[in-house]
Design a protein around this ligand. Sequence first.
Ligand code: GUN
Length: 284
Amino acid sequence: MAAELIKGKEVASTIRQRLKEETEALKTRGIVPGLTVLLVGDDPASLSYVKGKVKACGEVGLRSDLKRYPATIREEELLKEIQTCNEDDTVDGILVQLPLPKHIDERKVIEAISPEKDVDGFHPVSVGKMVIGEETFYSCTPAGIIEMVKSKNIDIAGKHVVIVGRSNIVGKPAGLLFLKENATVTYCHSKTVGLSNYTRQADILVVAVGRAGIIGKEDVKPGAVVIDVGVNRNAEGKLVGDVRFDEVKEVASYLTPVPGGVGPMTITMLLANTIKAAKNRRGI
Ligand code: GUN
């Protein structure tokens, strides 16, 4: 039987409606949550991502500000810009779009953001709190994945979740969030020997490696829930995931499409984090 699709757009739209109502309620108290996005350089993909973030803010009633800098900006100058945002009381959330030019140390930039405005959830304070199970900003893609799974009332507790990919942005935090939901978690990555032996044991399989079609039907247990985080362009220029969609949809119980799967959820969780930052900062 073909898998049921978990469509990010639909899940995102339900959550965004709730966020819009929450923003309207805050506005009646004179609070308009605001996100500042810093973009360095003019990479078309990054520009398109940040425009999507700014547009989404407007749709739920949040303020947003896109600050653009030339790719030649010095690290010191960028750090100063972040400090200005940290001190600006009208800014609730700060996001520096990654990747950054090679002459800028990404870690230094992330660590310069005040943890109370770290709506990306990338700051070591946010990551540390997540590790010890304290309330904090969770990185947006993993948080979106959990929401997608929950949207289908799929039980997570006690399930074996296999994560393929160990990036700081997706793989690592995704495993921690599933652990928080009481799943048993296995991490696989580029050095894993016999990847398929692990993926075939997954009740929930999360694939986030950025290699088109590395997971096929032979790698998936029948009835598994498969979350495809990959966004790759194939030889024809078409967007495809890390999972061979046509094959895997015949064995999985649930599957996320690419595009239209995890993508729309990432921005939605960013909006949620911005509202959370605004409330936290005011003790609401
Ligand atoms: N580049 C790709 N994804 C992301 C993200 O979630 N946040 C930031 N800041 N940069 C990214």
